[in-house]
Design a protein around this ligand. Structure first.
Ligand SMILES: NC(=O)NCCC[C@H](N)C(=O)O
Length: 488
């Protein structure tokens, strides 16, 4: 196997380390939209978890490529500074693994590149071909054909499902761009996911092979955490469907070195939450776990679709989970009590401490938990500020949450990436003293040297989003942080 030299040589530092949501981002895994996204047909869009079909050239060139460029300016500037003309070349070779001009960064790490690297090894190649063909029910003939492909071609086929523009062998995995959901770094551990939806099964398989076989993750292997199915689930009614263990990265947030939030949602089951809590305690990964159960709704999907962190004392969230909305003080008492009976629709927050699991703490709204994290865990002495989706005005709150107003990625404390289309949320940021700047303008300023990344503070970077938002995820979902600086 040819290894990534820059990565392999840096064995002195931990291969992964994430102890907060907001410490300066140093390394992450990404995957830029591949041609598989251009093959999604309307009748399959929902099954494949897209809300619509997307225009491939727009989602790449006019949207996601800005994300790559900004990540490079912040994390690996030598790969981009002075190379904008090359990056913006019509062929987009800069963004495509396998092309001579591919950006090849060991900080902004492209999954397809790692996959191609592990496929250099014959044994791994054979195992993965057999596994992919088994889950996609391929014929023996197709399986044999795949064995003749070069590693880079094969990596592409595994992701896009297509050999060339004309021939599709199996469905694409368009959600691979949401790298958050394949695994999550907790301190110096990696928790692998168990996707809830069939459309994401192949992603989990490919990622597992990458984490277990790529030299970059070699020293991490003893720290890889996997969940198991419910004991003898196949003997339970409906094969144990009701007690299935499913977990996706959007439901895990590492808020301090010692405290992890776990969502129970449409995608992450209670069984998984309980396994994760016990695993994190027994392996001494953290000593505090807060379980946040949200309604099982497509709108909410994972907890990172309803809130994310901006600064140690600033959070963006959907107002439906605020104290005011939960206590529903202004409403008719009969209606309030009856609504309260719809148990499945309610937010529930339970916080466990390793040294006293029998006596958990309960929070009845999200704000109380987040204030506690800001104040008690992160020692913020300033008032905790909540920026609400759509400025907390109906119907903009729910409209903008749907287009990921709450799903922001922090590049460093106070500097976050979000979609430009969520006007009222953007207004809420401005009202609270944040600067806003469009991606294109930021790139121009960084490239000309008029601005440096160190000079950027308290800023919401506005990213073009017309096509990306149809895929139903924001930049929090489109990132799997591998290394963040610890916050003090
Ligand atoms: N962490 C996230 O919230 N990820 C978003 C995943 C979107 C994708 N279309 C899905 O439905 O799985």
């Amino acid at each position: 196997m040819t290894s990534l030299p820059a990565m392999a040589n840096k064995q002195s530092e931990a291969p992964v380390r994430v102890t907060s949501e907001i410490g300066t981002l140093r390394k992450l895994l990404v995957h830029s939209p591949d041609s598989g996204l251009g093959k999604v047909v309307p009748s399959k869009a929902q099954d494949w978890l897209f809300e619509d079909i997307v225009h491939l050239d727009t989602i790449r060139r006019k949207e996601y490529d800005y994300y790559t460029k900004i990540l490079l300016y912040f994390l690996d500037p030598d790969r981009i500074k002075g190379k904008l003309a090359e990056a913006d070349d019509p062929g987009r070779g800069f963004y495509k693994p396998g092309r001579p001009t591919f950006f090849k960064s060991d900080k902004v790490v492209e999954l397809q590149w790692l996959l191609a690297e592990i496929l250099e090894n014959r044994e791994i190649r054979m195992q993965l071909i057999a596994s992919v063909c088994a889950i996609e029910s391929c014929s023996f003939q197709i399986q044999t054909r795949l064995q003749d492909l070069k590693p880079e071609q094969l990596a592409k086929v595994f992701i896009t499902g297509s050999v060339d523009e004309k021939e599709m062998l199996f469905p694409p995995i368009p959600n691979f761009i949401f790298t958050r959901d394949i695994g999550i770094v907790i301190g110096e551990y990696l928790l692998l996911n168990k996707p809830a939806k069939k459309a994401r099964t192949r992603e989990a398989l490919l990622s597992k092979y990458i984490f277990f076989h790529h030299p970059f993750f070699e020293r991490l292997r003893p720290n890889v955490l996997e969940l198991s199915e419910t004991f003898q689930h196949f003997l339970l009614p409906k094969d144990g469907e009701e007690r299935k263990v499913t977990l996706e990265g959007g439901d895990i947030m590492v808020v301090t070195p010692d405290h992890v939030l776990v969502g129970v949602s449409e995608r992450t089951s209670m069984e998984a939450a309980y396994q994760v809590t016990n695993l994190l305690f027994s392996r001494n990964v953290v000593s505090k776990v807060s379980i946040i159960r949200i309604p099982k709704k497509r709108d909410y999907m994972h907890i990172d679709t309803v809130f994310t962190q901006v600064k140690r004392n600033v959070w963006v969230m959907l107002g439906n989970f605020s104290k005011k909305a939960i206590t529903n003080e202004d409403s008719d008492p009969v209606q309030r009590i009856l609504e309260g009976q719809k148990k499945d629709d309610q937010l529930r927050i339970i916080q466990f401490r390793k040294d006293n699991v029998e006596n958990p703490t309960y929070f009845n709204n999200l704000e109380d938990l987040l204030v506690d994290i800001s104040r008690s865990d992160l020692h913020s002495t300033e008032e905790t500020v909540f920026l609400y989706s759509g400025n907390n005005e109906f119907p903009f709150d729910v409209r903008e949450q749907w287009t990921d107003s709450c799903n922001l990625l922090a590049l460093k404390e106070g500097v976050v990436l979000g979609y430009d289309r969520n006007d009222k949320t953007v207004e809420a940021f401005r009202k609270n003293g944040f600067h806003t700047i469009h991606a294109e303008e930021l790139i121009e300023q960084l490239d000309s040297g008029r601005l440096t990344t160190a000079e950027i503070h308290d800023t919401l970077i506005l990213m073009p989003s017309a096509e990306l938002s149809r895929a139903r995820g924001g930049f929090h979902c489109m990132s799997m942080p591998l290394v963040r600086e610890d916050i003090r």
